[in-house]
Every structure is written in structure tokens, then in C-alpha cells.
Design a protein. Structure first.
Length: 387
């Protein structure tokens, strides 16, 4: 039964209805077509990514997941903070319960790092009430692998490109061999990363709680330094890269320790390997080997250096430490972190001394963020020693 128009009402003629329906159809069709094009482009990008880590795809999926988690918060009965952390780190990352807890644990870690930084007064610009800028933002995920290349004649990182985290050891080996076939004057290594300073930062989901907090704080330090001379110089030289990574290690480790001191470690009852004499032996072996290899390469004895690294790799395997590859690229990758106990780079000791002489972590951050070279480090250290 059709409705009868009331007095004063108007009825559109059939042509107006047709025009309106056509306009709606055109807009709807354009929207659907646009959506299909975006999805097709994303699919094609995913197919083309092959071995490379697709940052655009990762950002797209991460942002969507984060908003879904926030929207659904009122409907969930999330466990208490310590209980969520304890349960998450007691499970493998692939466990369904771990995946359900992941977003909750991310927000807990972010909040604790944020509160620690806020209390310390480490931030960019004017203080932000109740938080810091840049905001602490991290994502627990399978961290990308990295293809690292170094010249055979000198330990120097000349390439470090992100790869998909799910590549198998066989695929990693194939990438290394292909890289060395294409560039016979280089050595290559595919190695896992512990985190990447994207935004949100990628932090590996296969670590323990203490290490995860320190890594998240490390990656936030990169976000912070981006606003200053040191961070902006990251890609200008290998020295600047090493300074950035070493500073991030120092800040990340200290902030991580403060978080554990304030909130405790909810996972302290979770079984974990204890530091061993084997680890100390490994660090000493690596320091001695690096010094020996540098000397051989400086003398032009490339084959002898490579043979020596392979011999040491075999010796380490007999002592219970297995390394798939030990070559120039290995040292080029791990040598970027000069605060590591197996590093021979004097930058590690210099930066630790600067941290000690500045007296506090905020003072260290303010002093170090304006350097960009080894010469700057030496000059800063000289001023602090003279003070």
C-alpha cells in the first residue's frame, strides 16, 4: 500500500529519483573501485616484496590491529598487569594465549617506560603532562632479519637491508651465497635483529621480559635522538651509526633496569638460562679474534684472516657455542654496538665514561644528542675531564 502525501509535501518526479539513484550508484561504485584498487596494490606489493621486509604492509596491519584492540578494550576482561606479563613471557610467542595477551603486554611495557622517562625528565621539547614526547610506542612481533655485507679486505658494514622475519635458514643461506656471487669482493651474513626503530618500534617477541623492556627503551632512544643532531646524522657515516646504536644501548639498558627496579620482574619465576663462563669465554674469544683479523686484513692477508675465523668457529662449536657463519660481515654487524662486552671499539668505553661523568641519565642524553662524530665524542670527553 502506497503512502498518500500529506498537505504541503512534495513528490519527486521519476526523473529526479533516477538521477539521485544514479549519483549514489556512481559514488558507491567509485568507492568500491578505489577500495579494490588499494587492496590490489597491497596484494601486488606483498607479492613483489619477496625476501624483503615490507614496511608499508607491516605498518598497515599494525595500525589496524592497534585500533581494534583499543576499541575492544571495554568488552574485555584483561588480567592484571603483572599477571598478564607473567603469563605472556611463560609462553612461546606462537601460543594462542600469548597472541591474545600481546597487545595488553605492549601497553604495559610502554606505560612503564613512559613513566620512567617522564620521571627522569627525558623528552623532546616542553614537558607533556603525564607522558613524554615522542610517545613510547612499540609492537611485539617477529623482528625482521637483516642481510649484512662487508668488504673482504676490511671489516665495514656497507649494506644492511631488512628481510622478512619468516625466512628459513636455508633461504638465508641462499641469500648469502647469491650476494657473494654477485659481489665476490664481499662477505655476507643473514642475521636476526632484536628490534627496529620503526614507529611503532618493532621489538622481537621471542625474548625475556627484562630484555624486551631494554630493547623497547633502546628503540625509543632512536625516536628521541631523531630530533637532534646525533639522530639526524645516523646515515651520514658508519661512525655516527655506531655512536647512535651504542648510546641507545646505554640508555635502553639503564631505563630497563629502572623499570625493573620500580615495578619488579613479574617473570622472575620463569626459567631462564643464567650467565655462564661460556659467555665470558665467547666474549674474550671474539675480542681477541677481531684484533687478530683486523691486523691480518690490514696486512692484505685476506685468505689467512678468513681461514682463522673459520678455525675459531670450529673451536667454539667444540666448546658448545655454535655459529652458523663467522666472517667479516659478522663483525661488521655486531661491531656497530660498541658497548657490547665482545667489542674492541674504543667508542664503547668513551661513551660509558661520558655517561659516568655527566652524573645522570638526563644529563648524558642532553650532552650526547648534539654530537655526530668520533671527534665530537673526544672533544666532549676532554671538556668533561677538564671540568
Amino acid at each position: 500500500m502506497s503512502e498518500i502525501p500529506t498537505e504541503g509535501a512534495t513528490v519527486d518526479p521519476p526523473s529526479a529519483w533516477l538521477a539521485r539513484a544514479t549519483a549514489v550508484g556512481v559514488v558507491t561504485g567509485a568507492f568500491v573501485l578505489g577500495l579494490l584498487l588499494v587492496l590490489a596494490a597491497s596484494w601486488w606489493r606483498d607479492r613483489q616484496a619477496a625476501e624483503a621486509f615490507d614496511l608499508v604492509r607491516w605498518e598497515r596491519e599494525t595500525v589496524a590491529g592497534r585500533w581494534l584492540h583499543l576499541v575492544g578494550a571495554p568488552l574485555r576482561d584483561d588480567p592484571a598487569e603483572d599477571e598478564a606479563v607473567r603469563r605472556y613471557f611463560a609462553l612461546p610467542s606462537s601460543d594462542p594465549e600469548a597472541r591474545r595477551l600481546e597487545n595488553r603486554v605492549e601497553r604495559i611495557i610502554e606505560g612503564r617506560i613512559d613513566a620512567t622517562l617522564h620521571d627522569l625528565g627525558i623528552h623532546v621539547g616542553l614537558p607533556v603532562p603525564g607522558t613524554v614526547f615522542p610517545f613510547v610506542d612499540m609492537e611485539l612481533a617477529s623482528s625482521p632479519q637483516v642481510i649484512v655485507e662487508s668488504p673482504r679486505a676490511k671489516i665495514e658494514r656497507v649494506r644492511a637491508d631488512l628481510l622478512r622475519p619468516d625466512l628459513s635458514p636455508a633461504q638465508g643461506l641462499a641469500i648469502e651465497r647469491r650476494s657473494e656471487r654477485e659481489r665476490p669482493d664481499r662477505r655476507a651474513l643473514v642475521v636476526p635483529s632484536g628490534g627496529v626503530a620503526t614507529y611503532p618500534a618493532i621489538v622481537t617477541n621471542d625474548g625475556d621480559y627484562a630484555g624486551t623492556v631494554a630493547t623497547a627503551a633502546h628503540e625509543w632512544t632512536h625516536h628521541y635522538l631523531t630530533f637532534y643532531r646525533l639522530g639526524r646524522s645516523y646515515f651520514s657515516s658508519r661512525d655516527a651509526e655506531t655512536i647512535n646504536e651504542t648510546v641507545a644501548d646505554i640508555v635502553g639498558d639503564e631505563v630497563g633496569a629502572l623499570v625493573l627496579e620500580r615495578w619488579g620482574d613479574p617473570t622472575r619465576d620463569v626459567p631462564r638460562p643464567a650467565p655462564s663462563a661460556r659467555a665470558r669465554d665467547f666474549n674474550q674469544t671474539m675480542r681477541e679474534l677481531r684484533t687478530e683479523v683486523d691486523a691480518l686484513l690490514a696486512a692484505g692477508k685476506i685468505d689467512e684472516a678468513e681461514a682463522r675465523m673459520e678455525t675459531v668457529r670450529g673451536d667454539l662449536a667444540l666448546r658448545g657455542t655454535s655459529l652458523r657463519v663467522l666472517n667479516q660481515a659478522f663483525f661488521a654487524w655486531y661491531g656497530t654496538y660498541a658497548a657490547r662486552p665482545d667489542s674492541v671499539d674504543p667508542l664503547g668505553a668513551q661513551l660509558r665514561e661520558i655517561r659516568e661523568r655527566t652524573g645522570s641519565l638526563p644529563a648524558f642524553a642532553r650532552a650526547i644528542r648534539e654530537v655526530s662524530s668520533r671527534a665530537d665524542i673526544e672533544a666532549l670527553l676532554a671538556r668533561l675531564r677538564a671540568a
